[in-house]
Design a protein around this ligand. Structure first.
Ligand code: ATP
Ligand code: MG
Length: 217
């Protein structure tokens, strides 16, 4: 059983063939980086795997569920429960506190677990900031809230697209390390898309090449 699997994934923008017959699979708990220079398609790939962009051809599974057969509502519900997302810019809600932001998936389903949200905030070093709003947090702190939020629903897979792209080196390393640690503790697989090879140091990586993923050493 895979945590995430794509088969024959194909996608193009007008005039730009980006992915052709790409295969990818992550086992439960497996961590992989996706490397490639600017414009190689990292963000697009993450959006495809998150079901945010529709595939032009191929098949996609989250766990045992094939994503292509779902309507919008089922897709959104399943994504909320199974796929954690972390982007370069955190997309936290400014009108909510850090704690409430982590709890958002629980608020939507009407079953918020404050204890778990607080525990996650503690793990990312923000217990003392739980009741602050995002605009009163530093960039690194906001990304740590975003990491806690991504892990809150116990997703099987976390998709991260340049999750530290807006941070300085020290904060980038800290956020990346926390993301990988929390994912391991929660048994989530991770796909970490970045142009920053140092960030992916020690993480097995794929490189985007000719519309497919190639193993790197
Ligand atoms: N909505 C769009 N319409 C047309 N072309 C697009 C669109 N979005 C992205 N592209 C093109 O697709 C290619 C891949 O873009 P993408 O954002 O996925 O790359 P990336 O690897 O994430 O780059 P970066 O490292 O700069 O974030 C680029 O050439 C980009 O110009
Ligand atoms: Mg990008």
């Amino acid at each position: 059983m895979w945590a995430l699997r794509a088969e024959g994934l194909t996608f193009h923008y007008p005039g730009l063939d980006l992915f052709r017959d790409l295969d990818l699979a992550l086992e439960p708990g497996e961590v992989r980086a996706v490397l490639g220079p600017s414009g190689s398609g990292k963000t697009t790939l993450v959006h495809l795997l998150a079901g945010i962009l529709p595939l032009h051809d191929g098949r996609l599974w989250w766990g045992e569920v094939e994503v292509g057969g779902l309507d919008e509502e089922a897709l959104a519900r399943l994504r909320r429960g199974r796929v954690g997302l972390v982007f370069q810019h955190h997309y936290l809600l400014d009108e909510l506190t850090a704690l409430e932001n982590v709890l958002v998936p629980g608020l939507i389903t009407g079953n918020p677990d404050r204890g778990r949200a607080l525990e996650l905030l503690e793990r990312v070093g923000l217990a003392a900031h739980a009741h602050q709003h995002p605009e009163t947090l530093s960039g690194g702190e906001r990304q740590r809230v975003a990491v806690a939020r991504a892990l809150y629903p116990r997703p099987r897979v976390v998709l991260a697209d340049e999750p530290t792209g807006a941070l300085d080196r020290a904060n980038a390393q800290k956020v990346a390390r926390l993301l990988l640690e929390l994912a391991r503790e929660n048994g989530a697989a991770v796909l970490l898309a970045t142009h920053d090879e140092a960030l992916a140091d020690g993480v097995p990586a794929w490189r985007i090449e000719d519309g497919r993923l190639i193993e790197t050493d």
